[in-house]
Ligand binder design. Sequence first.
Ligand SMILES: Nc1nc2c(ncn2[C@@H]2O[C@H](COP(=O)(O)OP(=O)(O)O)[C@@H](O)[C@H]2O)c(=O)[nH]1
Ligand SMILES: [Mg+2]
Length: 327
Amino acid sequence: MMNRCKGCGVYLQTEHPSMLGYILKKENGLCNRCFRMRNYNEYQKVIQDNNDYISILKKINDTNDLVVLVVDLFLFHKNIEEISQYLHNDILLVLTKRDILPKKIDDQKLISYFQKMSFSFVDIEVVSSIKNYHFDSLFEKINIHKKSDFVYVVGYTNAGKSTLINQIIYHYSDKENLLTTSMMPSTTLDMLSISIHSELTIIDTPGLLIQNSLIDMVDEKILKKIMPKKELRPITYQVKGKQYIVVEDFLSIGAFDVNMTLYFSNSLSIKRFYQKPSDYCYQREIVVKKGEDLVIEGLGFLTITSDTVFTIDSKYDICIYTRKKFI
Ligand SMILES: Nc1nc2c(ncn2[C@@H]2O[C@H](COP(=O)(O)OP(=O)(O)O)[C@@H](O)[C@H]2O)c(=O)[nH]1
Ligand SMILES: [Mg+2]
């Protein structure tokens, strides 16, 4: 049987150095891509096909095993129900990256938001893998709800699935190998089984790609700025007349007479202009009603105090939409 890379799950091969799965040193069990990502922070982009992931979900659906659906609290996708529609399995919903949202928000408020969605789950937990927040409780829930020795971890790419499994490996198993994680989408390439104890094997999966997310469009330098590393400090602007809030050199948010609060990474350079500073190729207008947020996929969201029409100009074809107010 062919071996899989211990970091990303790809089948290993020794014939073709330029192809995925190439392994130089058999001892470490890592493909060249994982080896370079871990040791040199070098990233090799892999285009994944969502149909491949849907096939994985269908395979999981053929089992009766527990599924852990990992959702990024900061950048969750509007269609998280999309994944559950392929699965009849019991789903334990895990809301991760809690450390990024402001501390003062009550966890129960976050939970209630997801409870109102149309899919049902056996339980729900709010965690942070970075801060090891609520991991004992999560691990207990996994052990209570599992139907067999196998538990699958699914979600969108970059949600934090592999980082979460690494925490479980670190705290609750005697294994030393950790999975490869990164801020880039599609780090994990195939299903990967990790035995935690004699009655629990966790299976990591690559994840569904979010279409038109900023994360897939920008270079590494900007990507590092987009992904917050610590608690967000929301920034409020009192816009009088027409003003433009410009993010780095790729996005301009035009607004008129409104109070708005931005939940974007604080590492980004954000400036206010009183005249439109530049034109970008993608332009659109979007109405946001009181009680809704405006989401800019991969960047974050903003809240408003009254109905407003935004004019958004961007260098990239980013998905922009409204959703029911989150926090
Ligand atoms: N702040 C924060 N970042 C996290 C957390 N979990 C994962 N990340 C980061 O999110 C990115 C994607 O994580 P990864 O586990 O590779 O996602 P996957 O594609 O779902 O497996 C990495 O940069 C992680 O460091 C968390 O709890 N808090
Ligand atoms: Mg992963």
